[in-house]
Structure formats: structure tokens, C-alpha cells
Ligand binder design. Sequence first.
Ligand SMILES: Nc1ncnc2c1ncn2[C@@H]1O[C@H](COP(=O)(O)OP(=O)(O)OP(=O)(O)O)[C@@H](O)[C@H]1O
Ligand SMILES: [Mg+2]
Length: 400
Amino acid sequence: MRTASPVLVGRAEQLAVLDAALAPARREGPSVVLIGGEAGVGKSRLVSEFTARARGAGARVLTGGCVELGTDGLPFAPFTAVLRELVRELLLERLAESGPVVLLIEDAHWADRSTRDLLAFLVSRQQILDGVLIIVTYRSDEMHRTHPVRPLLAELGRLSWVERMELPRLDRRHADELVARILGREPEPSLADDVYRRAEGNPLFVEELLCSDCDSGLAAGVPASLRDLLLVSVRRLPDETQEVLRAASAGGQHIRHALLAAVTGLDDDVLTRALRPAVAANVLTADAQGYAFRHGLIREAILDDLMPGDHTRLHTRFAEAPGAGARALGQGARRRTVDRREPAERAGAGRPGGKDRRGERAGGKVRFRSAQGDRSGRRARPRGPAAGDPGLAEEAQRHR
Ligand SMILES: Nc1ncnc2c1ncn2[C@@H]1O[C@H](COP(=O)(O)OP(=O)(O)OP(=O)(O)O)[C@@H](O)[C@H]1O
Ligand SMILES: [Mg+2]
């Protein structure tokens, strides 16, 4: 429903860090705070709250934002806004003489090369910016292993005057408070539970999932406004990776490697190779047992995007997957999926654009070999080490 909370919820700790960083900026040269956090977690809200306070305390605030422009954005985009202000105010140093200055660079994950270079220069040569506090925000969920901003952050983070901060999701108490602030009333316990289970404390997701016209007060599927944000890093992945993710999405929030191998019919190595880019891109996290989606709504968005036929096929695969039955994994996966899909499908049927969106994903059908039979449902010889292999139980143990 996208009504924002009129007050900032929580974040006392982070505001204290920023306040402290502004204090030495007044006395003995700049400090720098690098604020990372996943999309929608509240970086901009936090810094806007802080800069409002800083302004109130007499600081001058200069803000520039990086914009997403292809692979290497517009040179100096965030700095042009800042520099324009600088020209008007003569020089930053002169400004700093008359009071503290906060230089805020937002969304540095989109910083082009020139911006990165200038940022490195400004931060590392603090003496030219006496009395200036630099705040940089970036999406940590976009910081995949080869992201060009990643080494810059690591390098800057080693400087003694630079503080790195990872803004976490809201905890349960603050997430409940956010719901109450947005609604303007205490939510029913079941609504608060459902919001927390699905939004996992991400304030943007909380805002978007709350739905004043829905019976339950909660959007049934993934709101269209969130879909692109959730799927952006998924769509950048190789086709074969996306295909495995579609299968994984039907298996629950966490899925064991062995079960996924059985369901996809892929060899261990092939499966690992297919999933590596998803882990590197922060779509999945890997542990000793298997994989988890970084956020449950990413899984929901992928699940929502499946073709109707994919659902049936995947449910069958999960139910038939050797080793899944004993622990009722297939059942569990199936039950969870069905639970989620029922309301989603009901809503999806009447959702504008729902059909088109599915139609757009041409050729994106899940095309795995069946673990135990071919696609016509006939039994076939098991293929791959995991498929129908009596060794699967051992394999599952190994990954457990
Ligand atoms: N602590 C909070 N209290 C109340 N509302 C919040 C809080 N944090 C975030 N919000 C709200 O959640 C929404 C998303 O927050 P915000 O835009 O700050 O996220 P972000 O981390 O900057 O995301 P992005 O990476 O997309 O820029 C906004 O509407 C914001 O007002
Ligand atoms: Mg932001």
C-alpha cells in the first residue's frame, strides 16, 4: 500500500554513530561513514533523518546520488549536483570554516569509474576536506564478487577515519512497530506474524506487502512494484542458473543440494556450476547442507513467475525425489508451496498484467529431465548420480 511511517523506527544505534562522526568533523577534519544494506532496508531514510538533524545543528548538507545507467554510468553524475552547489558556495573548505559540512553520496553501487576515482581521492586525502563528513550509501546485496565498487569499499574501509556500517533488517519488535506506525493502529497478531514472516524486517517490503483492500490486510502474491527489484539480480544470471533457481523456488526457502540434484536430474558438478553465479550474485546463500534464498520474497517472485505447467511438473518431481519422502521434504516443500500459491494464484488470476508477464518469459519454462521419468511421465532409467540412485541417501547425508 506504500504508506510510509511518519517516524523513523529503531536505528538509534546508527544515528549515534553518525552523530559521533559529525562531531569530530567539526573539530579535527573529516570522517567518512560507508553505509551498506540491502535494497529497501532504510539507508536513505536513515541518512535523511540524520541530515535533517545535522542541518538543524547548523551543518550544511550537500547531496549527490548515483544513477543506474548501463554498465558504467554517467561520469561524475552524483558529483555534478554537488559541484554545482560548491561553485555557488565557493569552496568546501571555506564552507567548513563557517560550520560543519555533510557530503552525502547515495547509491554508490551505481558509481561510474570517474565517481569511484573521485570518491577514493576525496576519502583518502582527507586533509583537503577539513571539517567535512562524507557519507556514502550503497546496496550491499548488489555487491557481488566482481562488482567494481567492492574493492574500493574494502580499500577505504581500512583507513582509520573511515567507518563501515551494515544496516541490518529491522528486528521483530521494530518491524511490528513499523507496521503499527504505517497502519496507525496495532495490527492483529496474525497480521504482524505474517508481515514479519514474509518481509523479514525489510521496511520497504513491509510497506509494500501491507494492503488495505485485501481481506487479510496483506498482499497475497508479490506486489508488482517489488517484482523488478527482487528479480533484477536473478535476471542477470545465466539461463541455466535461472532454470535451477526456478526448480529451487518450488522447494522452499532452504533446499538441500542432494534434493535439488534429484529434482533437476543434474550431476553434482553441473548443479554446483549452475548455482555458483547465484551465490556470487547474492541471490542464494550456501551452507553445508544446501542453499537458501537471500530473501524469501525473491523465492516468492520466482515462484510467481513459473508457468502453470512448471508448478505441476515440479511438484511431481519433489514428491518423487528419492530421499525427499523420508524427511517429508517433498511433502513439506509441496505443502509450503501450495499454501503460498493458493492465495497467490487466486490473486494472480485477476491481477492486471499477470498473463502478459508470464507470457513474456518465453522459453523460460523449466526444462529439466525428470528425476525418474521423462516429461511424458513415463518411467525412464535414472540419469545422473542423484537421480533414483540408491546412493542418494548417502549423498543427502553428506550434504546434511
Ligand atoms: N527505520 C525506518 N522507520 C520507518 N520507515 C522506514 C525505516 N527505514 C526505511 N523506512 C521506509 O522504508 C522505505 C525504504 O527505505 P529507503 O528508501 O530508505 O531504503 P534504501 O535502503 O535507501 O533502499 P535503496 O537501496 O532502494 O535505495 C521508505 O519508504 C522508508 O521511508
Ligand atoms: Mg536509498
